[in-house]
Ligand binder design. Structure first.
Ligand SMILES: [Zn+2]
Length: 426
């Protein structure tokens, strides 16, 4: 055991949602507008002098702009910082020869602005842990005569007690697609175990199999979304049945659905970390979410919104990756995000890269070496190999067909844990 200071993000629901929603909407829209103004400035600077401004330059350009005062100055700075980081990342990929990388887009769909995340740093929030309330500052443009802040009553998970945490660094207001929630970013000291081995595992996240795992020793696991999909379908139908006169019931259902999703992601990340400890894993490689475009080409889209009935958003991947990271960290296992570039197109056995649209019925078939693999496992193995080279055992395991027949784990409703498919009781 060793002590280590780590960053933790604790999610909290907002209990007075209906009272603060309009105010938070106004800030979320304002953050999108400021992003767009900054985006436009970046465009102009780029076309004039082929330079992407960093966030101090952007802030200098924009701090007298009208939109800058819609948010607390620290919140506005954070929006421009995110924008500058997104440009830097795009530019870096471009320099590395990634022709497909696109610069960050404008945050506008038709005539509507999405609700961007709003970050409040030290001077922008005041936390009252006794009554579980937090005051979030508005920008001077949005202040009204009687109130210059938003007072949110929040509720964290029962095992999280913010009053015992000395250092809450930031509060973020995040739109989940259903409602606003708060993320408290804290520095905490934790006990960390030594890793139980030095093996690696690759994780590919997707919408049919939420996670596919390829271990260094050759075995593979799949975690299909069946249970969560059934659950979601049930709740969506119930919510659709609520009419306008019964909006309280709809709100309760939406909250319940959101809690169920969170529970599912927690259980899954916990299970996977446990499997990694048992398998002597030291490092987990997870596909970076920027690989989304590539997967759309191969028909394995990761865009939740546009496929199927599942009304889950890409934040689920992001959230899952965060949960996996901090749970793994406690066990001395590191999680690294790696680019998914070409991971769905290449054969993980011989390395041959194929054109898009060759994935059929979830199988990747290589006409060069004859490998037939579950497409998600093939992707996970390619992700793993980006950091860790092939192990000598692998060719043996491959010839046994593990790539095509991974073990499948399902969420068991009775026991509330993930078990091998053949042991599922409900
Ligand atoms: Zn091959």
């Amino acid at each position: 055991m060793a002590k280590q200071v780590v960053t933790r993000t604790y999610t909290a629901s907002i209990r007075n949602q209906s009272q603060v929603r309009d105010d938070l909407d106004a800030l979320g829209f304002a953050a999108s507008k400021l992003w767009n103004v900054g985006r436009w400035v970046c465009d102009r600077v780029w076309s004039e002098i082929r330079h992407t401004p960093d966030h101090t330059e952007l802030t200098a350009y924009l701090k007298s702009h009208e939109r800058y005062d819609d948010l607390h100055s620290q919140s506005s700075q954070r929006v421009l910082q995110e924008l500058a980081e997104a440009f830097k990342s795009w530019y870096g990929k471009r320099q590395n020869g990634d022709e497909r990388a696109n610069p960050p887009t404008y945050r506008k769909h038709d005539d509507k602005h999405p609700r961007s995340t709003v970050t409040f740093k030290a001077a922008g929030f005041k936390l009252d842990t006794k009554y579980n309330r937090v005051r979030l500052s508005k920008g001077s443009n949005l202040k009204e005569y009687w109130s210059d802040f938003i007072l949110c009553e929040f509720q964290t998970r029962p095992d999280v007690n913010l009053s015992t945490i000395e250092n809450v660094q930031q509060v973020r207001a995040v739109w989940t697609g259903d409602e606003w929630e708060l993320h408290f970013v804290c520095k905490v000291e934790v006990d960390v175990s030594e890793p139980s081995g030095e093996k690696t595992v690759g994780v590919d996240l997707g919408i049919s199999n939420f996670a596919a795992l390829a271990y260094e020793d050759g075995h593979a696991e799949l975690y299909p979304l069946n249970r969560l999909k059934q659950d979601d379908y049930y709740f969506s139908k119930q919510i659709a049945r609520c009419d306008g006169s019964n909006s309280d019931q709809a709100t309760r259902l939406v909250q319940k659905r959101s809690a169920r999703r969170t529970h599912y992601l927690h259980t899954l990340s916990k299970h996977i970390v446990q499997r990694c400890v048992e398998g002597g894993v030291e490092k987990i490689m997870v596909g970076d979410l920027s690989g989304i475009r590539e997967d759309e080409e191969t028909g394995r889209s990761k865009n939740w919104g546009r496929h199927g009935n599942l009304d889950l958003h890409s934040w689920a991947f992001d959230r899952f990756t965060k949960m996996l990271t901090y749970k793994a960290e406690m066990k001395g296992i590191t999680v690294e995000e790696v680019s998914e570039r070409n991971t769905s197109k290449s054969c993980s056995c011989c390395g041959r890269k194929r054109d898009a649209n060759r994935v059929e019925r979830g199988l990747y078939v290589c006409d060069s070496c004859g490998t037939t693999a579950n497409a998600d496992v093939n992707g996970a193995e390619n992700i793993r190999q980006k950091v860790s080279p092939n192990s000598p055992n692998l060719s043996v395991n491959r010839s046994n067909g593990w790539l095509a027949q991974p073990s499948t784990f399902l969420f068991d409703k009775e026991t509330g844990v993930f078990v091998p498919r053949e042991q599922v009781t409900s």
